[in-house]
Design a protein around this ligand. Sequence first.
Ligand code: HEC
Length: 125
Amino acid sequence: MRILLARLLVAVTGLVIVLMAAAFALIRNAPRDAAVAPSAATSDLVARGRAVYQAQRCGRCHSLGGEGNPAHPLDGVGARLVERDIRKWIVAPQEMNPRVAKRGYALPAGELDALVAYLRAGTAN
Ligand code: HEC
């Protein structure tokens, strides 16, 4: 009787372990699928922003990740400035500093959004 009980206990314990493993697998994998979509969309936006940055030749005056003009590094700018100020520095720099030698960029809204996302993404890395 004792041996039977012990075997039953082993079997039940094994079953509980398998069920818990299955439960954890479900819990851990479900949100990953949900998270893939926004992060893929974000990296797409960031990639478009990088293209805008290069097309507008911001690197003439700025450096990012060791490339470009080291006079005005933009690394980690998302940590130094709020998004609104980053936009102003691009669209109307004289509103940030009246004496700055930099023109404002009239970019289509989508390009500006992507560019700002690109500059802010550097902060997270
Ligand atoms: C003619 C040179 C020049 C060009 C081209 C230029 N900038 Fe600037 N930018 C500056 C200067 C000068 C400043 C102010 C100095 C500083 O704070 O580094 C500045 C400031 C900034 C800032 C704030 C930086 C900080 O750390 O406070 C951002 C963001 C920025 N520029 C983004 C851009 C982007 C994006 C482009 C391309 C669309 C661009 N700039 C093109 C000269 C330039």
